[in-house]
Design a protein around this ligand. Sequence first.
Ligand code: PHE
Length: 378
Amino acid sequence: MAKRSFAILAVVVVLATMVAACRPAPQALKIAILAPLSGDVATFGISTRDGALLAIDEWNAKGGVLGRKIETVVEDSQCEAEPAASAANKVINQDRVKFIIGEVCSKASIPVSEIATANKVVQISPTSTNPKVTVDEAGKAKPTVFRACFIDPFQGTVAAKFALDKLGAKTAAVFLDQGNDYVRGLAEFFRDAFEAGGGKVVVWETYTAGDKDFSAILTKVKDANPDILFLPDYYSTVNLIAAQANQMGIKAVKLGGDGWDSPELDRVATAGGFFTNHYTSEDTRPVVQEFVKKYQAKYGSVPDALAALAYDAANILLMAIQQAGTDDPLKVAQAMEKGRFSVVSGDIVFDEQHNPKKCAVILEVSPEKVSYKDTVCP
Ligand code: PHE
């Protein structure tokens, strides 16, 4: 008798263990990271990926989100519209992600935002600053699209005011790649603010992506001799223009935007210049220094703004998922709209257009380093 009940008990225990072992672990929650990992602006993508992964690793070390492990799908979207759109379609249709961190470049983030909107997928771009990323033609916010950075009307104004008030500039030359939403937008916002503040844009010249020889348009700058040469493009193009301007003996102070932020910015060619940015690793706030320390320990380099904002974007997204209590993208988007998120680049609330209100920093370039100069808040 005792033997029999022992046998039954043993069977029950074995069965119970088998059932427990078979119960599937909660499915991992997938997040896609879309960033340019190759090509002309590869440092943007590498920093973005590394910043986002640092945040995700930290969440996983604490048990993930909603009790689920977080899995990442990383795609090289090349800072271009076509590859970014294919990457977005791939992660949504094949990998079945509901959440996208990216792209970096506005020109790539805009098409991704249309795909995210159509598929009701949440997109948060860490660093795309063109207004059109989060709003449609009618100026209405795309319901599931957000960004972790300020926008270019603000960035252009900060640069223009700095030129007028701090550098005492009266005239400026502006160079732009018209085919790049970010570059064209920033050029126009700078021009509008510079002229509204009493300055005059005396040279306005366009070029095409991939151009290598800028001597024809630089001749116009040489002749006009303006106080400022505004170069709102990414570092790889800025490096070429700046070096050629120096060769031609152009003395205008070079000024630019967040696109200059790269360890590969040619600091010799752009020395004496300034650019607006989202963050500086010199910020002494403990939250910034703690992030810098963790990033450096993991990757062996000082995080740039792309790394910081990708870290922030991942944290904002995961906090919103946690607050929503579900991975339903529409509920997560609502949590983002309502929430306040304390992250490295500041305390964030989103406005009706899904843009955070944030301060900008101005950085100064010397051959040795890029250093903090000023902070400007809206
Ligand atoms: N703001 C740029 C864009 O919208 C991207 C960028 C951000 C580049 C920050 C460098 C640093 O295209």
